[in-house]
Design a protein around this ligand. Structure first.
Ligand code: BMA
Length: 322
């Protein structure tokens, strides 16, 4: 098989931040089992992580952690920031894995997340202007669905949502459209799993989509199930800027994956699960926040210029999907 790019370049695209993990359950002001899979956003030069926190019942909520440099001195809310809405039946067993985008036209942040209940996991939406007051908008699509983010703007008058339903046991990344954030349609498979590859069993959106001059950068997780558990690694794709249904590039190799002890010794070993990203415009550094082994939060760092050079050389290699 032809490898698309120099292996050495791929190997160094992302590195593990030297002081990983950056946040752990012992940093928390109250007793928790795990802190992982955070949404990330930069507001007034400060990094905000909306962290998924699993309590000692096994149910999750969100707590805000803030840092000036996005790496150190995290200031963590002393109590949960967002609990499942008390009237929501869809989140009886908690809320998980938030992704955040700023909706310019509404001047507020959209947080898509997984609501969990006996009905199964599904994608819900909440809106906030200040990360203090949250407007719960309810479920967007039926279960089983996870790994969702809106795009920050409309395409031909429609909002777009990336999400990952499980249909016939298959777990591909889908895209859907809506005129009003309430009614969704035009559903299509966007990024399929690739039989035989490292991302053969499941794929799911990682961080929120990142707008670049060349297209929407998609950082996704790919799963291979092995005899000793599932391996969650990270791949890249680039979507057309005006038509996000069109993949223009997709990496053949994974660009990041479990390697360090904290990625193999948590509640679910072998998991790197990116969920939030921030670009430092001054340094060109891309900071990707990820859950490690469903226990702690890690930071993976890449240089945006190198990453774009890499993805632009990759072909769209989903040729194995009919
Ligand atoms: C996925 C999600 C994530 C979790 C991952 C690995 O299905 O539920 O919250 O981190 O599995 O266990």
């Amino acid at each position: 098989m032809k490898i698309s790019i120099d292996q050495k370049q791929q190997k160094f695209l992302f590195h593990h931040y030297k002081n990983n993990p950056i946040l752990t359950p012992t940093d928390w002001p109250y007793l928790v089992n795990a802190v992982f899979n955070p949404g990330a956003v930069e507001i007034d030069g400060e990094t905000l992580l909306l962290v998924r926190v699993e309590d000692m019942r096994g149910f999750s909520h969100f707590t805000l952690a803030r840092s000036k440099d996005g790496k150190t001195n995290w200031c963590i809310d002393s109590t949960p920031t967002v609990m499942p809405h008390k009237n929501s039946r869809e989140a009886e067993w908690g809320i998980e894995d938030p992704r955040i985008v700023y909706l310019q036209e509404r001047q507020e942040y959209a947080i898509t997340y997984v609501s969990f209940s006996k009905g199964g996991p599904l994608v819900s939406l909440m809106l906030t202007k200040d990360f203090r007051k949250f407007n719960h908008m309810g479920p967007l699509l039926p279960p089983e669905d996870k790994d969702a983010s809106l795009f920050p703007r409309r395409f031909k008058g429609r909002f777009a949502l990336i999400h990952r339903p499980i249909i016939r046991g298959e777990a591909h990344i889908w895209i859907s459209f809506s005129p009003d954030l309430k009614y969704w349609g035009e559903h299509e498979i966007l990024i399929p799993t690739r039989p035989g590859w490292w991302d053969c069993h499941r794929v799911g959106l990682g961080t929120q989509p990142i707008e670049t001059s060349e297209g929407w950068l998609i950082i996704y997780h790919g799963v291979r199930i092995t005899t000793s558990g599932s391996l969650y690694r990270v791949g890249l794709a680039l979507l057309d800027l005006d038509n996000p249904k069109k993949i223009i590039h997709r990496s053949q190799e994974w660009v990041f994956g479990p390697k360090e002890k904290y990625e193999y010794t948590g509640d679910v070993p072998g998991v790197t699960f990116p969920s939030g990203a921030i670009i430092d415009k001054e340094t060109g550094e891309l900071r990707v926040y990820y859950g490690a082994a469903d226990k702690v939060i890690g930071l993976a760092i890449a240089n945006m210029k190198e990453l774009m050079e890499y993805i632009l050389k990759c072909q769209n290699s989903d040729q194995t999907y009919p």
